[in-house]
Design a protein around this ligand. Structure first.
Ligand SMILES: O=C(O)CCC(=O)C(=O)O
Ligand SMILES: [Fe+2]
Length: 483
């Protein structure tokens, strides 16, 4: 840290903060007085105008037919109103705000704050103090007048959360909640420490501690306390956490498949005439949304061929907007239809869809701990479907071929369905992303779990909706905008 900017490392430096606060309070007080003065002036103007206006409102025509009324009305409208409006537009106490803005508050930055927090934690550890005693002013058997506020405790909690010390963070946040009402509500609202926000933070803590139920409860409380906007935010957050934990469960238990009586294993002999000669082994995993696993679709020699074709062309996989990110750690290559005739035919046999104009097959190879965090292959609205990313329209269905043996990990997980499919070479997974109205089905959410051991190769074929009117004619209600 630059010399003279580290406040917590000397009491001399820290004492200067008191005089800074002095100045701030003085200017803030002056600013408040200026605002109050403006409100006072506005009220006087309002009152004065209202007296005349009330007289006029009784019978406007009679009122303006007297020139001693109409002349002042015109004057008020033309002259006074313009001047007054200019006055209203002026920011009162601007000089005080400027003073605060130019005071160099940026010197008191996060680094300083964290230095002070670490200091407090050092004292706590060295002298074996506990959070509650400290917050009440009890320092090593001596009681002092000073106490920590809810805001102080939340700050400690946030820092410890950032440091992955969830248990300790939890203790501070609990104390903060107990002290919550001692700080004015307005301050909490302005500083983002209102109860709804704090409960969202508690939800994040539970989630980080792998406690999905605790997180769900905390977010329910956040929803109870929240404004409309916060309620929406907490619901989205809650769903995100639920998906994340379902995804983790699925990854930890590859091969978690539903045990439902209506789901069958059978030979598909119907989708194309060719299947009467060479039926495909089909295992139904879900009927709504449609999700099936085809067994032994690709031969070992073909898998090898596809992998070899892709090897020299691998590029970092991207997500929607074209960036790469930790959520998608794989490399991919697009293969043309000519290069993938056999797979192409299998896709038609499995799905019955017309794939002439669908996006090219893409082959993916996952790296160390490679994963593709949960996502939808389809877009929910126009905004989510830029032409650059969805050049062929929305994605009706996905076919995923497993092209290599993965020794450990790397299942495909469907968090909304509690289904986890092990990556078995030669198999192909087929699911529908759009519902019968052509809308992206939220239940089609899926992910590739991190690979523990092995080189994971898959090929993805996205089947776009525009050509499927013959095979998928039952579209109804709210058609998707891209169709
Ligand atoms: O590799 C997987 O299991 C999933 C791949 C995937 O979701 C995709 O390419 O869209
Ligand atoms: Fe996907």
């Amino acid at each position: 840290m630059e010399d003279g900017k580290s406040f917590a490392s000397s009491t001399y430096n820290m004492a200067s903060l008191v005089s800074v606060e002095d100045h701030l309070l003085e200017h803030l007080g002056a600013y408040a007085a200026a605002l109050q003065q403006k409100i006072y002036q506005i009220r006087i103007v309002l009152k004065d105008m209202d007296v005349e206006h009330q007289k006029a409102a009784l019978d406007p025509v009679a009122f303006v037919s007297n020139p001693l009324n109409s002349f002042p009305l015109v004057r008020r409208m033309h002259h006074d109103a313009t001047k007054l409006f200019q006055f209203f537009q002026r920011e009162p106490g601007e000089e005080h705000l400027n003073f605060i803005a130019n005071y160099g508050l940026s010197d008191y930055n996060q680094e300083n704050l964290e230095e002070a927090i670490r200091g407090l934690l050092r004292i706590k550890e060295t002298y074996e103090l506990n959070e509650r005693d400290m917050s009440r002013g009890l320092l090593w058997h001596k009681q002092y007048d000073s106490k920590l506020s809810a805001l102080d405790c939340f700050e400690m909690a946030q820092y410890l959360f950032k440091m992955d010390k969830c248990n300790e963070s939890f203790k501070w946040i609990q104390i903060g909640l107990e002290l919550h009402d001692k700080t004015p509500q307005v301050l909490h609202e302005l500083l983002g420490t209102d109860r709804a926000n704090i409960w969202m933070q508690i939800g994040a803590l539970h989630s980080a501690m792998n406690d999905a139920d605790g997180a769900a409860m905390a977010l329910k409380t956040a929803i109870k306390y929240g404004s409309n906007e916060q309620r929406k935010q907490a619901k989205v957050f809650s769903q995100g956490i639920a998906h994340y934990h379902a995804h983790l469960e699925n990854c930890r238990h590859p091969g978690t498949l539903p045990v439902r009586s209506e789901l069958k294993c059978r030979y598909n002999t119907l989708t194309t005439p060719f299947l009467r000669l060479a039926p495909l082994k089909l295992e139904e995993l879900s009927r709504d949304p449609y999700l099936v696993l085809y067994h032994d679709v690709v031969q070992a020699s073909q898998m090898l061929h596809i992998r070899q074709l892709a090897e020299s062309r691998l590029n970092h996989s991207t997500v929607g907007t074209g960036q790469t990110l930790e959520g998608r750690t794989s490399m991919s290559a697009g293969l043309s239809r000519n290069e993938t005739q056999q797979l192409h035919q299998s896709i038609i046999d499995m799905t019955g869809f017309d794939i002439t104009n669908s996006e090219a097959l893409s082959v993916l190879n996952y790296g160390m701990a490679g994963q593709y965090i949960y996502h939808h292959d389809c877009g929910f609205n126009e905004k989510e479907m830029p032409r650059s990313h969805f050049p062929k329209g929305n994605r009706l269905a996905t076919v995923l071929f497993y092209l290599s043996e993965v020794a450990l990990g790397g299942a495909t997980s469907f968090p909304e369905l509690n289904i986890s499919v092990a990556a078995k070479p030669g198999n192909a997974l087929l699911w529908h992303n759009l519902d019968n109205a052509g809308n992206c089905d939220p239940r089609s959410l899926h992910s590739a779990c991190p690979v523990i051991l092995g080189s994971r190769w898959v090929a993805t074929k996205w089947i776009n909706i525009p050509d499927q009117w013959r095979t998928k004619p039952c579209l109804r209600e709210k058609p998707s905008p891209m169709k």
